[in-house]
Design a protein. Structure first.
Length: 84
């Protein structure tokens, strides 16, 4: 019963987040679980949480601006515009 309440609270907290925030939270949680299981230590879990959080944030950020692409102009500068 305690696990169900915990999962429900976690899902409720994520309901109002942006895609980047959701990706960060899910990535950090998954990374902590995997890092802890692989290394069997708290340090491994911490490293996994950081790595998972960064990866989740990048993935979440890429889904926020759907329909936009990154282009380079002739001077090498990058900019975002609607995809062609």
């Amino acid at each position: 019963m305690r696990k169900i309440i915990l999962v429900g609270a976690f899902m409720g907290a994520l309901a109002s987040c942006t895609a980047t925030e959701k990706g960060t939270a899910i990535g950090a949680g998954t990374g902590a679980i995997i890092g802890g299981a692989v290394s069997n230590s708290w340090g491994g879990a911490a490293i996994g949480a950081v790595a998972g959080g960064v990866a989740g944030a990048l993935i979440g950020r890429s889904t926020e601006r759907r329909g936009y692409c990154v282009y380079r102009d002739r001077y090498g500068r990058t900019y975002e515009a609607r995809c062609r």
